[in-house]
Ligand binder design. Structure first.
Ligand code: AMP
Length: 588
């Protein structure tokens, strides 16, 4: 047996160990799971703690715990831990030793060699310190590779030819962005920028501050260290939830007490509020993106792929901002926490002469979403497609998004489920629909949460939940990821192409599709409900409308009524769109 070489991502917040053998990538799990928190500490009896147990005691015993040692690598001054002090490479060696033990326990044989990753900006002395840490841990470091190189290697394992990728890496405590050039088998970092003190911890700190303000307003200003630790953890959990859902409910019981009465914290944080809080931090990372492009002598159009690395890149706003800069969606099909370790393992396998195959993960080949009133390329539309689960998301996946009712006292909403990538929902395939009836008697903007769950068997479950009452309706759609669906998507595209010609494809509107289709359709029940809600909405605006708008609305309502009587869906859609447009502009 050739000697196995491990791949190790020695991270600031978390570290991972991986092995690639016989065409299979394995991230090796220890007691903390696949990710080992990069913490080292001493317990009450001065026994060494590495990983989760050390992290858990950090807030209570900071003097007996070390975190983020990676930031100090290369420095020659020791750091105190309990009664002693250690060089940064000695602390890192404790983490590496732990990872080596985890690997040996799982594999059942000893391992003596590793490839270890470091940030692209690491100096010679920082790289040397990392090498020494490996040696102290009983590992021969056969190669040190840059983290962006590792990520590129795993995403592009079967690559041929020339390509430029941007690796955006936002972890718990650090941010790096690099331009990497691939030239057949050579992968090279050509520019790199970053901030060694910016990461997901800063996002947590913003939520923590918000919670502390609430706690102070409730009259509890001095809380225990334990309570502080719970608040920090709750803040991080809320942040993670907000990557998948529009609200996070933060509830912590018994944080303090007064006169024997417990103090319980309960705060709801909406994604849009959180996004506002983190925007300045994201702006900072985007400044670095522009700087790195400048250093590489490129503009955004010179980048072929954007790869996301680091747990914090799961933040949807961050993905949207990058998509805006580059005009293409960043890739995130590989777990952003694990892909650097996987890249190190791939490099290790190449050194041991293993045959390399592409690293495959289960992803959805399509985007799934629903439709809403909105704008498509600046044009008003009743059928704006709102993606919920994006193409290339690893499955299983669950995501939810927030929608609002359009009319006052709207009793019913229809959720249409589409598959496809077009901005106009009608250009995608409708894979299902359902009505949610019996909504509360509320003015418009009643909050409805649409939740999509896609499993690895291609079963899509979609629920709609009225937030105020919890009223829920759902459907399950089998086999959404089938070749048949792929075919019908192609057919839909062909139809559009025939109708409008290649160049108009991108911009046609709902109206033009419906009227361009010569076969007249009958009006479905859900469309009637939609039309009635729209009429109600228009009537509620009569008092505030100018004379012209009111007259237009009255005419349109009459014509809509007639289209309903005539059962003419094409005309109905056209009229509804006109009426919605007036309402939309009156409201905005
Ligand atoms: P890393 O250093 O790459 O392991 O990244 C760790 C950081 O990713 C921590 O700040 C985590 O809180 C953050 N993180 C993990 N999962 C998510 C998520 N779903 N959404 C946002 N941040 C996350």
């Amino acid at each position: 047996m050739t000697e196995k070489i491990l791949g190790i991502d020695l991270g600031t917040t978390n570290s991972e160990v991986a092995l690639y053998e016989n065409g299979t990538m394995t991230i090796i799990e220890g007691p903390d799971g696949k990710m080992l928190p990069s913490y080292v500490g001493l317990d009450d009896s001065d026994n060494l703690l590495v990983g989760g147990p050390a992290m858990n005691q950090f807030v209570l015993y900071p003097e007996k715990t070390i975190k983020s040692i990676k930031r100090l690598m290369g420095q020659t001054s020791p750091v105190p831990l309990g009664e002693s002090s250690y060089l940064p490479q000695e602390i890192s060696a404790m983490i590496l030793r732990h990872l080596k033990n985890i690997a040996e326990t799982s594999l059942g044989y000893p391992v003596h060699k590793a490839v270890i990753t470091v940030p692209a900006f690491f100096s010679d002395s920082q790289r040397q310190a990392t090498r020494e840490a490996g040696q102290m841990a009983g590992l021969e470091v056969v190669k040190i590779i840059n983290e962006p190189t590792a990520a590129t290697l795993v995403y592009e394992s079967n690559h041929k030819g020339a390509k430029r990728v941007l690796v955006y890496d936002l972890g718990g405590g650090t941010f790096d962005v690099s331009v990497v050039e691939l030239q057949d088998d050579v992968i090279e970092v050509i520019a790199s920028h970053g901030n060694n003190n910016l990461g997901g911890d800063d996002f947590d700190a913003l939520i923590e501050k918000l919670l502390m303000t609430q706690i102070e307003e409730d009259g509890f200003s001095d809380i225990s260290r334990q309570a502080q630790a719970r608040i920090r953890r709750a803040a991080e959990n809320a942040k993670k939830q907000l990557s998948n859902q529009p609200f996070a409910l933060i509830e912590e019981e018994y944080l303090s007490e007064r006169d024997g009465i417990p103090y319980n914290l309960s705060v709801e944080l909406a994604r849009h509020e959180y996004e506002e809080m983190i925007t300045p931090l994201l702006d900072e990372t985007l400044d670095s993106v522009h700087l790195v492009l400048k250093d590489a002598g490129l503009t955004s159009s010179g980048i072929d792929e954007i790869l996301l690395v680091g747990g914090s890149t799961r933040t949807p706003l961050l993905q949207q901002r990058l998509e805006k800069v580059f005009g293409k969606a960043p890739r995130f099909e590989l777990d952003p926490d694990l892909c650097v370790a996987a890249g190190a393992a791939l490099q290790a396998a190449m050194i041991s002469g293993e045959e390399i195959r592409a690293v495959l993960v289960d992803v959805t080949p399509y985007t799934f979403g629903t439709s809403a009133i909105g704008e498509i390329d600046g044009e008003f539309s009743l059928n704006m497609f709102v993606p919920v689960i994006k193409k290339n998301s690893p499955i299983p996946v669950t995501r939810s998004e927030l929608f609002y009712t359009a009319a006052d006292f709207q009793h019913t909403v229809e959720i249409k489920v589409y598959q496809g990538e077009a901005k106009n929902a009608l250009e995608n395939i409708e894979v299902g629909s359902f009505l949610v009836e019996g909504l509360s008697e509320l003015p418009s903007k009643n909050e409805i949460i649409a939740k999509f769950s896609l499993d690895s068997n291609g079963i899509l479950q979609v629920s709609a939940i009225e937030k105020v009452t919890g009223l829920e309706k759902s459907i399950t759609i089998d086999n959404v990821i089938t070749d048949e669906n792929r075919d019908s998507l192609d057919q839909a595209r062909d139809k559009i192409r025939q109708l409008f010609g290649e160049e108009e494809q991108e911009n046609y509107t709902a109206e033009s599709i419906e009227t361009g289709d010569s076969t007249s359709k009958n009006v479905g029940n859900s469309r009637k409900v939609q039309a009635e809600a729209l009429i109600d909405k228009a009537r509620s605006l009569f008092d505030t409308a100018g004379d012209d708008d009111r007259e237009d609305m009255i005419d349109l309502i009459e014509n809509i009524d007639q289209a309903l009587v005539d059962d003419n869906e094409n005309l109905l859609l056209e009229l509804m769109e006109e009426l919605s447009e007036i309402i939309f502009y009156m409201e905005s």
